[in-house]
Design a binder for this molecule. Sequence first.
Ligand code: V47
Length: 369
Amino acid sequence: MKELILNNTGTELREIVKAVLDNRRLAPDEALTLYRRADLSLMALLATHVKKARSGDAVFFNRNFHIEPTNICIYNCRFCSFHKPEGDPDSWELSESEILDIVRRFDGIPVTEVHITGGVHPSRDIHYYGRILSAIRKLRPDISIKAFSAVELHYMISEAGMTYSDGLKLLRDYGLDSIPGGGAEIFDASLRRRICSEKADAETWLAIHEAAHNLGIQSNATMLYGHAESPEQRIDHMRILRELQDRTGGFNAFIPLKFRRENNRMSELGEVPVTEDMRNYALSRIFLDNFSHIKAYWPATGRDAALMSLAFGTDDLDGTIDDTTRIYSMAGADDLNPSLSTTELVAMIRSAGYRPMERDTNYRTLKEW
Ligand code: V47
């Protein structure tokens, strides 16, 4: 196979392709050349080679649901279709008891994770969210709580006058188990100023994740792509994540998030084609050699593209979701009520020729289907 691939690769790419097949780390300029010059089938072959060396035929998923406590946000990122200012008729602000009612809907259902994220509300503080974490923990001691993007954490911890480490310790005492990857967007400072000038900058996002990892709190990392960024800026974003992962090993998964254009102030940019999504998944699988998992978040990409991405190096389809997230349906994703049963997820994974593995938040296998 290796010989076949190399014999069909032009001289410009041969050394880079050989490096990937020999499991050698690519430098950013090599990744850029690969991204620019390799055709889609070569990207698929290389990413699959890397994926199989890491996780064989396994493809992971979990049983999860989301809680989005509020869409009121002090920031107004240009790409966001979810944000509403306080007082807007389309804004929502769930009370503590409404949040707990969502958790109770899953009584008797074997979910293993709740993912909590939302707008940065001006007047809800670290103890308010902490009380919610401990109430959830009391109701469902068996599920893992993955909560608050680094942007939300930065606001609540800074407002409390605490260091990131002390704030995270406090939240852990309340019940926090892990941190989702949101808010990373794109690290490049000038582009970040154009698309989300007000919120936490790249250094802040990274400092919070590093502080979490140092406390043994694992997290995910995302990248918002397919808007105004260049391939160099994407690769640089991944380089920065790869360096942090070298230091801490605390990231569970990398999640490329495709920019969706409806109902936001970047609509004029349009959306990239599915071939670009696949190229990007493959590149991240190849370049992020120290990330165990690349996640295709199907409510954002659509089910078909998520399924197709399994041939481009992804090994995780997130979870059942159960119609509990609005972020992507508000931004124009096809699935207005995202929900997949375990049976559907298992069938999707099998249809791509892989072995479905139900996992917990930190990728311990719970059941091989
Ligand atoms: O940070 C917002 C993105 C993120 C749009 O950790 C948009 O397991 C595309 O981080 N088009 C929040 N993307 C969601 C998130 C996430 C999702 C699933 C799993 C995990 C995990 C994390 O959503 C934001 C932003 O990058 N986003 N608006 C949009 N119009």
